[in-house]
Design a protein around this ligand. Structure first.
Ligand code: ASP
Ligand code: CP
Length: 319
């Protein structure tokens, strides 16, 4: 299934691997709905979290996922670590590895870090975001959310709107959605499209108001100002006029269509404040599913030999 014991990018999984994680997620959904949502699947294993960039949901959901599987968790915060004293990435990884970590979840501003560090540790590496490159576990959570809501990803028209150029979520999602047979379209001002998308399996639609009508899934992206070196839109107000999802514009969606956003949202820029409260907005579902899918990811990487059947919650005779 996987070519490696890492999830650094969507290609480490491929279609079969993605489907396997989605299938496993169904099992962990059942675990998560139990009175005591905790199983001993990864007892004795350690998951280390290394976030060199800020995060709320990815970091916390990995921590929660690992704890629900009874793994030990080591959280590393750059701001209070010896990185501040000049310790290198390699020395940091080797230090954490020496303490015994079977999996390292890493987020870093530089593209390729999850691949580089596999040279310095035997731990399984999970990419929690490398620069504007990939964010595969977000994609798995998104594929699972779409599958739960719409039955499958296959055949769906998924319209991704916004700052695609700086989005690792867009890059991973284009790969994952199209691997599962979705028809992906991108909508963005030309300055926020990557310079080379010729090989991407996508359509580009210029007019948001045209694209929105055909979307089964409307996937909004944050304007990632922290990665922009110059101003790429005339003004945020103009951006919102053309590419923001307002309540008015959301009326153009088909009744069965859903709205997604990886978070964090910039309310008032790519999405107005009232839209996330719509019943077809799945933004909080994406976060909840993120915990479940990350349980599946950690089990997939570290749980070999532990049978899923018969994994009872602590203190419960029968799951
Ligand atoms: N949280 C996502 C990421 O880290 C999306 C975003 O920040 O806009 O890539
Ligand atoms: N979606 C996402 O990765 O959120 P965080 O940046 O808060 O982890």
């Amino acid at each position: 299934m996987t070519s490696t014991n890492h999830i650094r990018g969507v290609d480490d999984l491929g279609k079969d691997g993605i489907l396997e994680i989605l299938e496993l997620s169904n099992h962990f959904l059942e675990v998560s709905n139990r009175r005591i949502p905790k199983v001993p699947a990864l007892r004795g294993k350690t998951v280390a979290s290394l976030f060199f960039e800020d995060s709320t949901r990815t970091r916390l959901s990995f921590e929660k996922a690992a704890k629900r599987l009874s793994a030990d968790v080591m959280n590393f915060s750059v701001s209070s670590s010896s990185v501040k004293k000049g310790e290198s990435l390699r020395d940091t990884i080797e230090t954490i590895s020496s303490m015994g970590a079977e999996a390292i979840v890493v987020r870093h501003k530089s593209v390729g870090v999850p691949w580089i560090i596999t040279e310095w540790t035997d731990a399984s590496i999970v990419n929690a975001g490398d620069g504007a490159h990939e964010h595969p576990t977000q994609s798995l959570a998104d594929c699972y959310t779409i599958t739960r809501q719409l039955g499958s990803v296959e055949g769906k028209r998924i319209v991704i709107v916004g700052d695609i150029k700086h989005s690792r979520v867009a890059r991973s999602n284009v790969k994952a959605f199209s691997a599962l047979g979705a028809k992906v379209a991108l909508v963005a001002p030309p300055t926020l499209l990557p310079s080379s998308i010729d090989n991407w399996p996508v359509d580009v639609i210029e007019d948001f108001d045209v694209a929105i009508k055909e979307a089964d899934v409307l996937y909004l992206l944050r304007m990632q100002l922290e990665r922009q070196e110059e101003s790429l839109v005339p003004s945020l107000r103009e951006y919102t006029n053309f590419y923001g999802l307002t309540l008015d514009r959301s009326q153009k969606l088909q009744k069965s269509s859903v709205i997604m956003h990886p978070g964090p949202m910039n309310r008032g820029v790519e999405i107005t404040g009232d839209v996330p409260d719509l019943p077809n907005a799945l933004i909080t579902n994406q976060v909840g599913n993120g915990v479940i899918v990350r349980m599946a990811i950690l089990y997939h990487l570290l749980g070999s030999g532990v049978a899923l059947s018969g994994l009872h919650s602590e203190g419960e005779e029968d799951g």
